[in-house]
Design a protein around this ligand. Sequence first.
Ligand SMILES: Nc1ncnc2c1ncn2[C@@H]1O[C@H](COP(=O)(O)OP(=O)(O)OP(=O)(O)O)[C@@H](O)[C@H]1O
Ligand SMILES: Cc1ncsc1CCO
Ligand SMILES: [Mg+2]
Length: 266
Amino acid sequence: MENKTPGALLTAMRAKPPLVQCITNYVAMNIAANVVLAAGASPAMVHAAEEAGEFAAIAGALTVNIGTLSTQWIDGMHAAAKAANASGKPWVLDPVAHYATSFRRRAVADLLALRPTIIRGNASEIIALAGGESRGHGVDSRDPVEQAEDSARLIAERHGAVVAVTGVVDFVTDGTQALRIEGGSPLMPQVTALGCSLTCLTGAFAATIPADPFAAAVAALSTFAVAGEEAAKDAAGPGSFSWRFLDQLAALDGAKLDAKVGISAA
Ligand SMILES: Nc1ncnc2c1ncn2[C@@H]1O[C@H](COP(=O)(O)OP(=O)(O)OP(=O)(O)O)[C@@H](O)[C@H]1O
Ligand SMILES: Cc1ncsc1CCO
Ligand SMILES: [Mg+2]
């Protein structure tokens, strides 16, 4: 693909549109599916160990989120990640609150060993993933993204993955290149599971351009940044923001995305 701007990738995604297997949590399932649909791709929430691997072989990409974890779900995650790797499909890891319990820490260590293509988390999750002291409060971040940037670079190098850190200004790196993306709204962390939904959308972009997961992550973050900023303009609070955000995702086109997004070198 010649043109890898977020807008070009949004247009390419809609022309395809890719099937994304989302193993996500009970909280996120509905909003994440709606976000992926509004942006123009096809989500499928498939997590049972009996079928997750078979499904990953037919999906364009896989996303794995540990938000509401259980042993049975972990079996499905492993089957899916192994099948994605075997069929050359990109997969995205969202290590929700992995620092909170030993069960989660262990689950994330095992998933990292399966070499995710992209890791997407909030600043507290990324700091803790690099071995640092995070101030994460359950699933919510209490750390600024700037403080997670070195952690993100370290994780990218250590695991050979693209790492995306979200917050006020997002940061993305593959260990060599790095960018910051401005936009969004303070209302976004007031709506549960928007980060989880972004992880699923990152899978949709990764399926669109499997050879360049860095460009895919930048496109997903950019789409959220612009749709979030637009949705916040007329929102009275998190409730009306939520539906306005879906409408803005659906209304966004490639030209508007490229014109509005604020990306800078990091
Ligand atoms: N204060 C903020 N200002 C602007 N955008 C924000 C702000 N906080 C978060 N965002 C945006 O919200 C989206 C979700 O990121 P966030 O860091 O809240 O994820 P998360 O903590 O994993 O969410 P969750 O676990 O609830 O799914 C991203 O697009 C991010 O850029
Ligand atoms: C609130 C919540 N609890 C587990 S997962 C989740 C969604 C946001 O990460
Ligand atoms: Mg999260």
